[in-house]
Structure formats: C-alpha cells, structure tokens
Design a binder for this molecule. Sequence first.
Ligand code: 13P
Length: 288
Amino acid sequence: MLVSATEMLKKAKAGKYAVGQFNINNLEWTKSVLLTAQELKSPVILGVSEGAGKYMTGFKTVAAMVKAMDEELGITVPVALHLDHGTYEGCYKCIKAGFTSVMFDGSHYPIEENIEKTKELVAVSHALGLSIEAEVGSIGGEEDGVIGAGECADPDECKAIADLGVDMLAAGIGNIHGKYPENWAGLSFETLDAIQQKTGIMPLVLHGGTGIPEDMIKKAISLGVAKINVNTECQLSFADATRKYVEAGKDLEGKGFDPRKLLAPGAEAIKATVKEKMELFGSVGKAE
Ligand code: 13P
C-alpha cells in the first residue's frame, strides 16, 4: 500500500523503533524489499537517489514500476516511495512523477537558503499529500557523486528547520555513507541528544546505516531516530552472492545463465539483509 511516510514515522517515534529506508536500484531490488516487508509485516521506505532514478531511466519509470509492483504483489503493509538526497529540481520532478515522499537536501546551502527552499517544498509537498525530509549538517562520505564532509549538525539550526513542519529531519551526527573507516570516531550521541531536546517529537533520520554497530543503532533509536537509511549493505550482499554463483561456475551449468537464475542469489541476499535490519530496527510486526 503506497502511502506517505508521515504516519509510519510518527508511530515509530512514539513506539521507539525505526523504519528502514532501503535504496532501490532496479526491479530485483524493489521486489526483494517489498516481499520482505510484507513477510515481516513491517512498514518500509523505498529510497531512490537521483543517480538511481536516472539509471532506471527516470522518476516516472520508477514510480510506475513501484506502484504496479505494489499492486501485483498484493502488498498491504505501508510503503513510501521516497526521493533520497533530492535537489530542489529533483523534488519537483518526483512530486510530479507520483512519489509519496521526498527528501530535500539543502544542507550544502547557507542555512537561510536551506530554510527558504525547504519551506517552499514543505508547502508544495503537503498540499499534495507527500511527506518531506530535510537535512542539516552534511552526512559524510560519497553517495552517487554527492560528497559530504560529515560535520555534526547545529541543534538550533535543526530546530529552525523542524519548525517549518517537515515530517522527518536528517541531522549529521558523525555518520557517513558507505563503509566506515577503521578510525571512525562513532556517532555523536551528545549532538543527537541535543537535537532531540530541541526538536521534540520530530522523527529523526540516521543516514549511512551500513556498518553502524548494533549497540549504536539501538542507542540512536532510544534518542529519537525513527528512520534509518541503508544502501551500501544491500549492494555488498548482492555483489557477494552473485560473485559466489559465478565463481562456482553455476552460470555455465545448464541454463544457469538465465538472468532469472543468475540474479536470484543476489535477490535472496538482499532479502536476508533487509530482514536482519528490520529485526534490528524493531519494525517487524508493526504493520499488523
Ligand atoms: P549507506 O550506503 O551507508 O547505507 O547509506 C545509505 C543512506 O544514507 C542513503 O541516504
């Protein structure tokens, strides 16, 4: 059931668990995430970066595929189709294409400009029933060419953006996209605590979910994180399972080269990763 992310995140924040955002890259990814969410009776957010949208030939294609797949698979759990790290123009494209949620990442603008653009997009999104995520303090690392230095957000700036009526707020707390380096300092719970105190019931978003240790995930949820984004980890599981299949020569046996067979271990690996994350985030059974 395609919906905005507003209600599922309000419930998650109140119930002290987090909804996973899993980024999608193609049909297999989408199918694996939707089937796992349905099996586990968990709400879910499908994240689409601008790069992934372009890869899939455009946001209209993505929206049409997700809508149709949701129907054909008989998905009854709440599913939000969400633009990840959207530009100003990208948000308008997704709103028009039929997404149910957008993220406007204005973290690289001066705060006044971030506020101005976020405010406009909040009004447009809400008028059309979409939920909207904003960002303060950039997330480190690289994702689809978007590079962030990973500074911690200023709690006062978080409050200024939260007051605009966004539905979820991504705030940098030392998290980065991709694999964490050996010398990573960890999440700044002090910053997260200060942000939650300023922003109250606002569902907070933790980007860079790949590789964050379980205890840190649990602590972040206890301090107001209600949405956690995972991208790289599904890519790694998919690549690993596909490599094993090819290295074992399975593509050379019988009709093992059939894409439905070749991509099956990767698709199963994505399901296993999504399941593991949903269990850790505490969202299993919350859509019953
Ligand atoms: P990872 O790729 O580190 O899991 O981060 C995902 C993310 O934050 C998407 O916005």
